[in-house]
Design a protein around this ligand. Structure first.
Ligand code: CP3
Length: 342
């Protein structure tokens, strides 16, 4: 029998609502913080397959989550396209900013098995380890969000460099986005063929675009990635996530994804009205709610479960779990969902 989350993601009737947490593998867990002492850089932790497998399994063992997400990053496939990066513990990703035709022309198509064999190995090991007790999730970054890191050279607050490129050299940005889409589609397929049963696509920063620019620079490239994956694996559910996406729900429902991962800025009732009944929902508890007293966590969580009605729903947070969340609160949230019945 297929695992619960996979069946729910396909829209089948299920015995209870499945649950996992975005960014569940990582900073909020003591075991992870202990591992940092032995493997100080993010690239080691995510690119030595034994280590990334172990980290991926930590929240599964601790909480019994229904989803086990690959411990990796959206930037992980970039070296396979000729784009190097570093992750600094304090400030996050660092890249040499790409703002010229020369830098875009130097990008090449990924050979995923050659560039990221550790991703394939981790997914194979995760699948073997969890069997039908949990669903293995792979993930990719969407072209616009990846391009923000490549053009800005790292994280950004206002995204001015990529927006300057968008307004002054749109063809250059399109060339970059098209190249990324091509490789990311292949990389998603590689994850599925290695064991990922569901793929989440993150266009985290596309919510910072005006609707007009979103339609030109984000949406078409999300669709390219999703269509490429669907054309070889139509049966694999795809979840789409965008941060601060309240204004974009109708657009997200046209992306080709099977499930929209909602942030906490919309109610389930409003989201349903706007996306219709043919698409699944993931989410959408505010990660900050995990700092509330247990009664409040329970009340807010059950409110979401009831509003979704137990069909076409994967319970989750509205964004990644905060690093300072206690493991007891995370555990309480997971158990609240697992114990809930209609
Ligand atoms: O948060 C999102 O919107 C999800 C999409 C996303 C990921 N990485 C997925 C991810 C984004 C936007 C990134 C970029 C990135 N990479 C950041 C954010 C910086 C910014 O601009 O705000 C950071 C800090 C990294 C580096 C990174 N990625 C670290 C240090 C870690 C491990 C520890 C942790 O929890 O922060 C990651 C893990 C990571 N990034 C996962 C995913 C899906 C792994 C799965 C998981 O942790 O459960």
């Amino acid at each position: 029998k297929d695992p619960l989350l996979l069946r729910a993601a396909r829209g089948e009737a299920v015995e209870r609502v499945p649950v996992w947490m975005m960014r569940q593998a990582g900073r909020h867990m003591q075991e992870y913080r202990d591992l940092i002492k032995k493997y100080p850089t993010f690239r080691e932790r995510s690119e030595i397959h034994e280590v990334s497998t172990e980290i991926s399994l930590q929240p599964y063992r601790r909480y019994g989550t229904d989803g086990v997400i690959l411990f990796s990053d959206i930037l992980t496939p970039l070296p396979g396209m000729g784009v190097d990066f570093k992750i600094e513990e304090k400030t996050g990703p660092k890249l040499v900013p790409m703002r010229t035709w020369e830098s875009v022309n130097a990008m090449h198509t990924i050979d995923s098995e050659k560039a990221c064999p550790f991703v394939g190995q981790t997914l194979r090991d995760l699948k073997k380890e969890v069997g039908s007790n949990a669903t293995v999730l792979g993930f990719v970054g969407c072209p616009y969000t990846l391009a923000t890191y490549m053009v800005e050279g790292g994280s950004s607050r206002e995204y001015l460099e990529i927006k300057k490129m968008m307004f002054t050299e749109p063809e250059l940005l399109h060339a970059m986005l098209a190249k990324i889409a091509d490789s990311i589609g292949d990389y998603g397929i590689y994850q599925i063929e290695s064991g990922a049963q569901v793929i989440q696509v993150f266009d985290s920063w596309a919510g910072h675009l005006s609707p007009k620019d979103y339609d030109v620079f984000a949406a078409p490239y999300q669709k390219k990635v999703i269509q490429k994956i669907k054309s070889s694996h139509p049966e694999v559910p795809i979840i789409i996530y965008i941060n601060k996406s309240g204004a974009l729900l109708e657009r997200m429902s046209q992306s080709g994804a099977d499930i929209i991962s909602l942030d906490w800025t919309v109610t389930i009732e409003e989201a349903r009205k706007r996306i219709g009944n043919d698409i699944g929902i993931q989410g959408n508890l505010d990660p900050a709610a995990l700092f509330a007293p247990n009664e409040v966590i329970k009340e807010r969580t059950e409110e979401i479960l009831r509003a979704c009605g137990g069909r076409n729903h994967v319970m989750n947070l509205g964004h990644g779990i905060e690093a300072t969340t206690s493991e007891e609160k995370a555990e309480f949230f997971i158990n609240t969902v697992k114990n809930f019945r209609f």
